[in-house]
Design a protein around this ligand. Structure first.
Ligand code: CO
Length: 146
């Protein structure tokens, strides 16, 4: 058993050394929840992509989700300003320089993605969150650069 675990560990180490996975799969559901509260971002990646899927049945006007990347300390203020920007602006204030990157807002059965340079999330605590009004306090997670 220990030998098997050791071998698996070696395999995992070898594959990540060859090519780090520079993307992550994320879901946002009808219960106003992401399925992850933490995403590992390998430092060896140049860019990282988060693919968001809405597996629920509610429309985006009612239970829309997006992914916004920003410093953890800025999440609340960005969400507050984004709330006023409306659905047409994907609930992100146009030209908001605190936002590293964001996806569009999606509803039931839809997918979207957001890609950002690794260099933009170095040196501070960064988060991913949904800026749909009222969602950020629950739909929020940490980007772990490692
Ligand atoms: Co949401």
């Amino acid at each position: 058993m220990l030998k098997t675990l050791f071998a698996l560990g070696l395999l995992a180490g070898a594959s990540s050394a060859l090519a780090a996975d520079c993307s992550a799969e994320l879901e946002g559901n009808d219960m106003m929840q992401y399925n992850k509260n933490e995403i590992d971002v390998p430092k060896s990646c140049k860019e990282f992509t988060i693919n968001l899927k809405h597996p629920g049945s509610l429309a985006k006007a009612m239970m829309g989700h997006n992914v916004v990347i920003a410093k953890s300390a800025d999440v609340q203020a960005i969400a507050s300003d984004g709330s006023g920007a409306g659905l047409d602006a994907d609930y992100v204030k146009p030209g908001d320089t605190r936002v590293v990157a964001h996806s569009k807002v999606i509803g039931a059965g839809e997918t979207t993605s957001v890609t950002f340079p690794i260099a933009k999330i170095e040196g501070d605590d960064y988060a991913f969150f949904c800026s749909f009004p009222g969602h950020y306090s629950i739909m929020k997670g940490t980007l772990k650069l490692q």
